[in-house]
Design a protein around this ligand. Structure first.
Ligand SMILES: C[S@@+](CC[C@H](N)C(=O)[O-])C[C@H]1O[C@@H](n2cnc3c(N)ncnc32)[C@H](O)[C@@H]1O
Length: 213
């Protein structure tokens, strides 16, 4: 089977609405990286947030707000989204799009290196029940460690781009980001605190749940 054709088929079923399409357009026009989560996985984020009854969502890597909207659409009525973004101009754009989607009052953006924000959130005793890791690959294992420290029992941890366009599978490639992602994938699959798996479509999407006991 041709993977690209399967993905195109999946995209055709994703039913992105006008706001999600607009975000992709605006990102393209602003010459920002065209790396919002794939439409099919955006829908998966909405599905997972809905299924888990997410009330406290933490996103690492906001870009233009595409994935933030997908998760916010699935969160509980009193749910909130905290999003960590390095670049102030991206955070501002994402915040605008979340407001346009009707979630402005329930969303906060923390600007700066995500690890710094995570340390602060942890020091403040904040807890979350849904995490989406989608930022710099070199820190994926650090992000997972921080997520585990702040996770409620039963929390969902999701991450994107785990195949690194095939580099993860190529054992002749061993750069630091590749080694980190391999370690991240191993931990998501094998850490005794997690039940996790890796979905190989698009660029690889990992889903895990923190065990309740
Ligand atoms: C793949 S994009 C996120 C896409 C977004 N989750 C979506 O699907 O709509 C990665 C984002 O992570 C941000 N980023 C990169 N390094 C970061 C860091 N150290 N701390 C916080 N954000 C970072 C980038 O600026 C970029 O906006």
């Amino acid at each position: 089977m041709n993977a690209a054709a399967a993905e195109a088929y999946m995209e055709s079923l994703a039913n992105e609405d006008e706001l999600l399409l607009k975000i992709k357009r605006v990102i393209h026009e602003a010459r920002m990286p065209d790396v919002s989560v794939a439409a099919g996985y955006g829908k998966m984020l909405t599905l997972l947030a809905t299924l888990s009854g997410a009330r406290r969502i933490l996103e690492i890597g906001a870009l233009g707000g595409y994935s933030g909207i997908c998760m916010a659409r699935g969160m509980a009525e009193d749910g909130t989204l905290t999003s960590l973004e390095l670049k102030p101009e991206y955070a501002e754009m994402a915040a605008g799009h979340l407001a346009e989607a009707g979630f402005g009052e329930r969303t906060r953006y923390l600007v700066g290196p995500a690890l710094d924000s995570l340390e602060r959130l942890h020091a403040d005793g904040e807890r979350f029940d849904f995490f989406f890791i989608d930022a710099d690959k070199l820190n994926y294992v650090n992000y997972l460690d921080m997520a585990l420290k702040m996770a409620e029992p039963g929390a969902v941890i999701v991450a994107d781009n785990l195949l690194l366009r095939g580099r993860t599978l190529n054992l002749e490639r061993n750069g630091p980001a590749i080694l980190t992602v391999r370690e991240f994938n191993r931990r998501m699959a094998e850490d005794p605190r997690l039940i996790g798996t890796l979905l190989p479509a698009y660029d690889g999407f990992s889903v895990a749940m923190v065990k309740k006991a």
